[in-house]
Write a protein that binds this ligand. Sequence first.
Ligand code: SF4
Ligand code: SF4
Length: 358
Amino acid sequence: MKEAIDRRALPERGKYQELKVCADGSERAHQPFSGWSELWIFTGTRCNLTCAGCYTESSPKNDSFRFLTREQAEKILLEARDLGIPRINFTGGEPFYNPEFPAILERTLALGFECLVLTNLTRPFESKGRDLAHQRIRAGYPLYFRASLDHPDPIIHEQGELGPAKIRDYPVAGSPPQGRKFWFFSGFNRGPGSFRKTVRNLGELFHMGGRISVAGRGPQGVGGDLFQAYLAETEPKFRELFRENRLPADLPLKIFPDIGGRSERDVPEITQHRCRTLISPGTFDGLMCNQVRMVAVPAVWNGRENHTPRVYPCTIVPDNPAMVLGTSLQEAAERETYLADPRCYRFCIAGGASCSKD
Ligand code: SF4
Ligand code: SF4
């Protein structure tokens, strides 16, 4: 099959500029939806913290994605129930920073869904979520929590570039050419006291019978083999932290690679030809866009104020309007996803990462 077409007939284009076509004119990789494993719901870009390198640039003032309302959630949940979706995952921002989130969570559980909440388990959880979580876990509801912990060292987790732990000397076995690297923890700054709160709340949830897991982000700008070396070095330290805090040493743990922004296009594009010949079928089958969708409410759509929830193929690309698949779950399930964002390559193809699958 002839993959590339005559570039002389095309206007100049850069990488990741068109949805269906790569810069060299090749057909961009795309895939149909294979069926629902879960639905992600984005609760808004407000968060009590302002972590540098946050995938969603969340902060107490970021309103680029609105707080999801109870009314919007009700409509989404009823459609999800009709479609037989078994599990709802909530992410943000900090879900418990959304004033209507506790009611949304209660309703989600009452409708019979399994439910996962991604949270930093700090102040908003303590004031708005802890009592509800404890009560529902004790009552046997399938309510799970994934807590954000960037690093097992509290100083690095909390202070990042602001504190004395900005540069630490970590030997990395086999990392060429110097044999010794420095990690720059420039994306980590969750603030004083956050580590202790998160670990304490994680322990409470676990000891009352809750299902818990941990997710963190790798240092900014670290990818490929260096990221693998970082994982090999950091995971045992997380395991030690879990043991010290009477948590299971084999607690599910995800450490995500730095994914850069939508505008950072200095990575290869994935053509349809390349994806079918060079990338293993397992990689493609495991992509989030193969089996999940995410709903979020962008504050602006086509230059106008927006209050309509939009459906995205996954958790990674909500700031890219070209990736939107529709305004209903059914419509979004019927449409193919084009791997038209540089983070498709960084996070999923090169990074092999997925927010799903505990
Ligand atoms: S706690 Fe999570 S959502 Fe909030 S700013 Fe930090 S990384 Fe972003
Ligand atoms: S970021 Fe990953 S899951 Fe999302 S659309 Fe791209 S390839 Fe699919």
